[in-house]
Write a new protein. Structure first.
Length: 506
């Protein structure tokens, strides 16, 4: 496909989003109803004020010579594999809209760790299809989550891949801005972009926040490398719950026509990750520690409690009941605890507020036992609210029909679909005053800390579940890598590659 780019003429920029983080061990498939989908011009108005990469991309497309061509924006929560027919529908719609726009540049907001029931690399497949349909004259760039599974297919077919840099992720917007700036500049100057990659056979499964510890230090080095021809250094700590071939820790370095510098920078960051590998360990608190801390807490702030083994933002179904069942043994504890159970929601849908019900909830998609409740219905809610925390701020979340139950002194929030309980507005939108509670349970391991920073004291509990990474698990189909094998990786095991794609030159 040829484009008619002439210096000073209109540049057509196709933008889109398909955002899903997969978890191979979640039995709940991601269906079409789980996706929020916008099309065409409504994408631009809906993205205004959001903290997404798509909003960051659009913020860079204000110059008068740029014609923005919005395609589709499809977003859903992390979860089990996407039903492949759903992915095909979304992919085909996006590809046809992009091709019809005859763009000079394509800018996408992708997660990078999507999986479907038939494909382990759908984003790579999408980029490959676009490259085949558009040809090498079109620049393709994508912002990715730093937990992406970066594949050779992605790198061969995209000119630029840029990760968010922070965990918890409060910089999606900036990642979108950066990839847009790089690709627009390359298009205007007919510059060649080169993507170098280091692949290390390891998984970082703990101590992987970027505000402290080894990743704080390594990211400082990465930022210092971004000089002259080095445009971006991205460190991808791959999603640990993907059972697909080829997952690994990846470093990418994007340069302007300078593969040697890219490979050197990749090698430098890879060496630091290997050196600090023993520090990436999980050390979370047992559930019993919650009761101990409640007894002796000095602050009047409630606790925001991470249910680490049942993290919706790690791809779980959110139906774990371990903390809930322990809470029910303590009738005077004031708490708010979410649990996903579509069947329970359906059974409760016709019950009036104030009705007393006996019902079992949770455990439908995980190994937990359901929790038996003797409850009073407090509220029915449609299940939509606006995210106000740093993670994807401004987006409207939809966890389906919701019923708030009062059980003893606690509230149990039963949702039709996995809920974004890492956001304080999840609870507040239901009329719950967090300050009056002893704790709220967040199905999140990291991002809840940003939203509850001034509202609660964060506490991470090492519960068992779909998002409790176990290096010794025996049901893996993919090849095992460290720490699933005893010997840590060495420098000789690091794979270094470079990719580039031609752009037109005058």
């Amino acid at each position: 496909m040829e484009t008619d780019k002439v210096p000073g003429s209109e540049l057509r920029i196709a933008v889109g989003q398909v955002f899903h983080e997969g978890n191979s061990f979640n039995l709940r498939l991601t269906e079409r109803v789980d996706f929020s989908v916008l099309k065409g011009d409504e994408i631009v108005s809906a993205s205004s004020g959001e903290g997404t990469s798509l909003a960051g991309i659009l913020a860079e497309l204000t110059a008068p010579e740029l014609k923005v061509c919005p395609t589709i924006a499809a977003f859903t929560s992390p979860g089990g594999p996407v039903r492949h027919s759903v992915w095909e529908e979304l992919r085909n719609d996006m590809v046809e809209r992009i091709v019809s726009a005859s763009p000079h540049v394509v800018l996408l907001d992708l997660h990078g760790a999507m999986i479907t029931t038939e494909c382990g690399d759908p984003e790579g497949e999408l980029l490959e299809t676009l490259r085949q349909r558009l040809g090498n004259d079109v620049i393709i760039g994508a912002s990715l989550d730093l937990h992406a599974h970066v594949t050779d297919k992605m790198c061969r077919n995209a000119n630029a891949l840029v990760a968010c840099k922070n965990n918890p992720h409060d910089d999606y917007f900036e990642a979108g801005q950066k990839v847009a700036r790089i690709c627009l500049d390359a298009c205007r100057r007919n510059a060649r972009l080169t993507l170098s990659l280091a692949r290390i056979p390891m998984i970082l499964y703990g101590n992987d926040e970027t505000s402290h510890g080894p990743l704080l230090d390594i990211n400082r080095v990465a930022r210092a490398l971004e000089v002259r021809s080095v445009l971006d250094v991205s460190i991808f700590n791959v999603q640990a719950f993907l059972d697909v071939p080829g997952i690994a820790q990846v470093v990418t370095v994007l340069t302007e026509d300078d593969a040697p510098s890219g490979r050197v920078a990749c090698s430098n960051i890879a060496s630091l990750l290997l050196e600090r590998a023993p520090e990436f360990r999980t050390d979370h608190l047992p559930i019993a520690e919650l009761w101990s801390r409640l007894e002796k807490r000095g602050s009047r702030l409630p606790f925001a409690v991470s249910d680490f083994g049942d993290r919706v933002l790690g791809g779980s179904a959110g139906d774990g009941t371990q903390i809930l069942r322990e809470t029910l043994k303590r009738p005077h504890v004031k708490a708010a605890i979410p649990v996903t159970d579509p069947e329970a929601v359906s059974r409760l849908a016709d019950e009036d507020v104030g009705a007393r019900v006996k019902i079992s909830v949770g455990g439908a998609f995980c190994d937990d036992d359901p929790a038996d409740l003797d409850a009073v219905i407090e509220k029915h809610h449609p299940g939509t609210f606006t995210l106000t925390g740093q993670w994807r701020r401004g987006e409207v979340a939809d966890h389906g029909r919701t019923v708030v139950l009062k059980v003893q002194a606690a509230y149990v929030i039963v949702t039709e679909r996995p809920a974004y309980s890492q956001d304080a507005n999840f609870f507040e939108s239901l009329g719950l005053d967090i300050s009056t509670l002893d704790f709220v349970v967040c199905k999140s391991g990291f991002h809840f800390k940003l939203s509850f920073e001034d509202k609660a004291t964060s506490l991470v509990l090492g519960t068992a579940g779909v998002t409790d990474y176990d290096p010794a698990r025996t049901d893996l189909k993919r090849p095992r890598i460290w720490p699933e094998v005893q010997e840590p990786p060495t420098a000789s095991m690091v794979e270094l590659l470079s990719f580039d794609a031609e752009v037109p030159r005058n």
